[in-house]
Design a protein around this ligand. Structure first.
Ligand SMILES: C[S@@+](CC[C@H](N)C(=O)[O-])C[C@H]1O[C@@H](n2cnc3c(N)ncnc32)[C@H](O)[C@@H]1O
Length: 212
């Protein structure tokens, strides 16, 4: 585990003799707990992997977050443990049921059953000038989704993006897909850091960017 800067509310703690990232909150996916702390598994979470691999996310804790591709709430529940208002967009009804459950004990977590390709459908709910846009949609057109949601980000905000190569094209080399996604992002973002998440997630790239 590297020495990346961690936000307030995220700590390295020992669970069963192993040091792991952890946040404080009710458990969501059967993760180990120690008192009020819950382990954050980088194997289950691309954002957890980005922290674990030492990427500088710029997160300090307490930020307003728009999270795209929340699924059943594994990662976004950890985010809501240390962030401020956290808007969690997921368009599949089934995982969204578990997401609602994760939100029950998290007053700052707001699940939205919406399509991230249609930001106009949640623009009336999500405040403008969010500090951080986190995206893990694993679907074709990942750069386009990030660009369309750029409108919510504050000028000095951050995009934390997990790109799954196979969601774009299963037949192409992941490195070529990543290059294309990165180039497409340039339309609205300046890329600050990229890192293959291979240790934990095959054929995924982590990207930290800021709006242009
Ligand atoms: C890899 S999973 C996300 C896992 C989750 N981020 C976590 O770490 O806990 C991708 C999710 O994105 C959702 N998704 C894909 N395209 C979407 C879209 N256009 N709008 C909203 N959700 C979408 C899928 O339904 C799926 O639940």
């Amino acid at each position: 585990m590297s020495n990346a800067t961690l936000p307030d509310g995220v700590e390295r703690r020992t669970f069963d003799g192993t040091e792991r990232l952890a946040t404080r909150g009710d458990p969501v996916y059967g993760e180990p707990t120690d008192g009020e702390w819950r382990a954050w598994s980088p194997n289950r979470s691309k954002l957890g992997a980005m922290f674990d691999l030492g990427m500088e996310t710029g997160l300090e804790g307490g930020e307003t977050v728009l999270y795209l591709g929340a699924a059943s709430g594994t990662t976004v529940s950890h985010v809501a443990d240390f962030a401020g208002p956290t808007y969690a967009v997921e368009f599949a009804a089934r995982p969204a049921r578990d997401l609602l459950e994760a939100a029950e004990s998290r007053p700052r977590l707001f699940p939205l059953l919406k399509d991230a390709r249609k930001p106009e459908t949640y623009a009336h709910v999500v405040e403008s000038n969010v500090d951080v846009l986190i995206q893990d949609v694993a679907t074709r057109g990942q750069a386009r989704v990030a660009l369309e949601n750029n409108r919510f980000l504050a000028d000095d905000g951050r995009l934390l993006l997990a790109v799954k190569a196979r969601s774009e094209d299963v037949t192409r080399e992941p490195a070529d897909v990543f290059e294309d996604v990165r180039a497409a992002l340039e339309e609205g973002y300046e890329v600050l850091e990229t890192r293959r998440l291979e240790t934990y997630h095959a054929d995924h790239l982590g990207i930290v960017a800021q709006p242009r």
